[in-house]
Design a protein. Structure first.
Length: 232
């Protein structure tokens, strides 16, 4: 069980983007920090009004995008188009190759999102796109699978049978159990929480567990939004 503090992440700051990287990304490279299990990227991005990532390519990657605030517009070379807002889970399978853009859908307010990449279990598949509303399930509490390779009901499908992404919107003092997995990655997207064995966690803090059992994760005095990956 290893705690990684928000301020220790790699940081990219340009005129339209404020991005914090949990793992090596782009020009930021640390050979000791390239992944945890199958999770290769976890970027905490704030995109300015009217800004965004212009059309660019990807290949053989499962990309999950989760919006915390604002709205993000997606377009890709397969003809898919969607606007992602809080409560909508989105997955893009790059497969044998895809080009896409991700732009702030607003000209007046920023968009805050977490984008995460996992390796697929099969290379060269047809590229694809899926988004699903999971807000109602989140309102009921607990950890909700939002992207899954094992067929969890209501989640977008990952082409990776050994990966599941859960989100929890925890009321003050509410507690959930981290899945017992070979690798688990716990990220506090908003608010504060306490993880048994790791102690207090603030916004942007993460904990990486390897065969770490199933510890309790409890929100602080205010509500918290957490993202938990379990992978082989």
């Amino acid at each position: 069980m290893t705690v990684h503090r928000a301020a220790d992440r790699f940081h990219t700051r340009i005129d339209w983007l404020d991005s914090w990287h949990s793992f090596s990304f782009g020009p930021h490279h640390d050979p000791a920090n390239t992944h945890h299990g199958l999770l290769l990227v976890s970027n905490d991005d704030v995109v300015a009004p009217g800004g965004g990532f212009g059309t660019h390519p990807h290949r053989d990657m499962e990309i999950v995008t989760w919006v915390l605030e604002g709205s993000l517009e997606h377009r890709d070379s397969e003809g898919n188009h969607g606007v992602i807002e809080p409560g909508l889970a989105q997955r893009m399978s790059a497969g044998r190759g895809i080009r896409h853009s991700e732009m702030n859908a607003s000209q007046t307010v920023p968009v805050h999102l977490i984008q995460m990449w996992v390796l697929p279990d099969t290379d060269g598949i047809d590229p694809g796109y899926e988004q699903r509303w999971v807000g109602d399930a989140l309102d009921r509490g607990g950890l909700v699978p939002i992207a899954s390779g094992r067929g969890d009901e209501g989640a977008v499908h990952l082409h990776q049978r050994d990966a599941v992404c859960h989100v929890g919107r925890l009321a003050p003092a509410a507690s959930v159990t981290v899945p017992d997995a070979p690798h688990a990655h716990v990220f506090v997207a908003r608010g504060a929480a306490v993880l048994d064995g790791a102690g207090p966690l603030g916004t942007g803090d993460a904990v990486r567990l390897t065969d770490g059992g199933a510890p309790a994760l409890t929100a602080g005095e205010e509500a918290a939004e957490v993202i938990v990956w379990e992978t082989a």
